[in-house]
Design a protein. Sequence first.
Length: 629
Amino acid sequence: MSTFAGIEIGKRSLNAHQSSITTAGHNITNANTEGYSRQRVQLKSFDPIYRPDLSRAEVPGQIGQGMEAESITRVRDEMLDQRIVAQSNEESYWDTRSKYYTMLEQVYNEPDDVSVRTTMDKFWESWQELSLNPESQAHREAVVSRGQSLVNSIQNRDKALTGIGNLLNSDIESNVEQLNDIANQIASLSTEIVRSKAMGDNPNDLLDRRDALVEKLSKIANITSDQRDSDEFMVHIDGRILVQGGIARNFDVESVVDNYGYSRVVWADTRNEAVVKGGSLGALIELRDVDVRNEIQSLNTMTMNFSDLVNDVHRNSVGANKTTGLDFFTSRPFVENTNGNYDSDGDGVEDKTYAFRFTGTNALDAQEQIGIEGVMTLAGHSGNIQVAYYPTDRVEDVVNRINDSNGEVKAYLDRNNNLVLKATTSQAIENPDFVIRHVEDSGRFLAGYAGILAGSGAENAYDWNAADAVNALKGADGNGSRAQFAVAPYTNPSTYIEINAEIRNDVMSVASAFPARDGRAMSGDGNAAAEIASIRNTKVMIGRERTLDDYFADSVTNVGLMGEQAETNLMSQRAIMDDLRGLRDSISGVNIDEELADIMKFQHGYNAAAKFVTVIDEMIDTVINRLGV
């Protein structure tokens, strides 16, 4: 063993204790750094001089060579980190939903005097008053004035809901940019980490930064991450690769031509739609495309149905100035073609039929047994659905069965007891709202009995995927009375609903009476006004709800319950995340008192090593300079 071995042992100890003190100081300075995990110097004894082979010296046992710093490692629980990443998206998801449902609740918590429900109640009351005073100009002015107030309330709610939808769309685009930026940073850090590890280092600070970015990413989307044996770091979204080593895929947004003009989130490289189910981005997409869209569709459905029913009575009634045939509310047909024909692909050839309502030719008794059987095929949420009917069914039973199905066609008997089929809003974004897409009957209920279709079977079915599809209706060939139909309205009727300009210019055009045989109104006749007022409590089938009161009760209750659900789940997720983050901080967080205690401990070790070096130096000095004197 060399005479200077003691100096080497002391030097190793000094270096190791200095590294320990420096690392503790590094921990203290990063005590408030986001995502930082405390580091520890791993010390080990240095390899002894002699190995057990034939070349070893004859000495009593192996001679120790002191100690050294083996590595500097992070104090981190990887399983806990994975749990936090897995839960973070849930917390962010419910936090986003809670914030936006607060906005939606504010839309429905309107002051009583301007709310849609209050103004609609006043609108029906004005018609009731007109029915009692059919000759009064003042009551007609009240009808028009309250009608305008109702129109303003509907348009204001539509603007508020549309504004929230636009805000969601902007937030989606912002989240996509943020996601791309974080993914690119993770890929860049992964490259640096691999290089550092290849040199035999532990890039602790880089690993901390990457873990912090992964946690931020988990708040935006539901991600998973894993480390392969080759040190290739992977991040997945919905089973698809987002980051692979030093390569990051990005998202993009592209405009979609639909009823709302919102952006679609796609993969930048393949242009395929990106599926994001969790985190803030998943919540924003769901809020925009499902929740807010449903609220707008519900408002449109209510607006379209109540205005259509009012118009149906009003155009068949007579005003005080003997004017008839006027709609009370304006309607904007989707197409100008009287048969509803539409060129959907812009090639100059009409290839679709946009019809909103079919009205049968035969008056039915709601309580009469139909005495026939068959299966109706109607357009549904995803594909067609079937509704069966049997000989013992009453007309009312068949109507209710249609309405209780998942079809996007609803039915009721109008004031003449004719069967009416109406289109609802479409659940699929690619399909237009208020367009009947398919009606078919294997039996005779819709054909001979109700008088809607010209015949039974698939060959006589109505299908919107062709121009002049209304030729499938009864009487289209000119034989007998024809089933009536209405062309589908333009997108979002709650945006443009207005009172007919002719009525606004001359309130005496407001109809209150049904025409007599000579086409004139009888003096004092207020039956038409009374019938319009009765719509308030009539089954009008506005989507899932059967009456207007059902609509208002359901819309307010739904928003309130969904907001409560979001708040409850957010509180639950926050409690879980607080526990997980607290546990992580107890493991990886920096405790300044503990670090100061370690510094003092390593300082004593350093001082002892320095004293040891001094003693060895004195011993060597004695051997070299004083022996033999």
